[in-house]
Design a protein around this ligand. Structure first.
Ligand SMILES: [Fe+2]
Ligand SMILES: [Fe+2]
Length: 315
């Protein structure tokens, strides 16, 4: 069987007939027109990215600060766009592997909801998404959807990522500077709560084989590593505008932006989501390896400095 393409190409714009039918279908399913954004103001401000207390940030002129915040906001939407795109493929896959009619009904509805989320994000994004720019977090989600089986799907996508996503979307809604954008994320959160809860319920019926456990552990390590590294995108975008003079200044930036504590909070959310559903053997293994333990400030400084070439001159 041909491998599932989680991120297919966009439909050709000149194939109007099909696109018109899609528009009509979206309307029948309750899509309403979203009011356009009121200003060009970045969608999330400096507090959202924990930049307010940083001296390095304060040294940037206002135009550069606005430019960085605008790019960071676009990246948030770009990531959300591809995650919702992956959500449609996920619903399709779970639909096919359903063992009851009710389960199949549920995932048919989920697919419709993910399609709606995608259209809302696309609508507020006002940006051109191109497949070449799929963020690495979304790519990993796509890989999990394409490669794993039902137990891995339920645990990694529905329990962990939808659970994680709803916390993240709640924060995006709370801090958005634009009301339409805030409302979009609020309405998505309502759906994601049900998706996550269904994952918890369905996973209770699953018995994990040792191959499942192995595959889940290896994906967990990769997913957690992406969170554990700290504020990669913020550091990358800030340093593009004004590079850090040396590693010491970069470390101070991480300290002033509270990067270790903020990242530890994110890891704590992941731990809570995982430990309520994971079998003891898998959670013990995670604890033994320290997978969910946060990095220290020097460790985070080194890891990010290695991951983002040229971010700071050596001390
Ligand atoms: Fe969604
Ligand atoms: Fe979802």
């Amino acid at each position: 069987m041909k491998k599932l393409n989680v991120f297919p190409e966009k439909h050709r714009a000149d194939q109007r007939e099909f696109l018109t039918l899609l528009e009509q279908t979206a309307k029948v399913h309750g899509e309403t027109f979203l009011p356009s954004r009121r200003s060009d103001r970045p969608l999330w401000g400096e507090e959202f990215f924990n930049l307010s207390e940083s001296e390095h940030w304060k040294d940037l002129d206002e135009a550069s600060q606005q430019a960085v915040l605008t790019v960071l906001g676009q990246k948030v939407l770009q990531e959300a766009y591809f995650i919702e795109c992956a959500g449609m493929a996920y619903a399709g896959k779970m639909n096919l592997s359903a063992t009851t009619r009710e389960e199949r009904q549920f995932f048919s509805f989920v697919g419709e909801e993910e399609a709606r989320h995608l259209r809302m994000i696309e609508n507020i994004g006002g940006f051109q998404t191109v497949t070449e720019q799929i963020p690495s977090f979304a790519l990993l989600i796509g890989e999990i959807i394409a490669e794993t089986t039902k137990p891995g799907h339920l645990l990694l996508i529905q329990i962990l990522l939808e659970g994680w996503g709803l916390n993240y979307y709640k924060n995006l809604a709370k801090s958005a500077t634009d009301e339409t954008v805030a409302n979009v994320f609020k309405s998505i959160v309502k759906d994601e709560i049900r998706h996550h809860s269904a994952g918890v319920v369905l996973f209770r019926e699953v018995t994990l084989s040792s191959a499942d456990e192995k595959s889940i552990l290896s994906y967990l390590e990769r997913l957690i590593a992406m969170v554990k590294i700290g504020p990669y995108t913020v550091c990358e975008e800030v340093s593009k505008r004004m590079p850090f003079q040396d590693v010491g200044e970069f470390r101070r930036f991480l300290q002033e932006t509270n990067a270790v504590a903020v990242t530890a909070g994110k890891l704590e959310i992941l731990a809570q989501l995982l430990y309520k559903s994971l079998p003891r053997t898998v959670s013990d293994e995670l604890t033994r390896k320290g997978t969910l333990a946060p990095l220290t400030l020097p460790e985070m400084t080194d890891t990010l400095a290695q991951a983002i070439p040229g971010i700071a001159a050596p001390a």
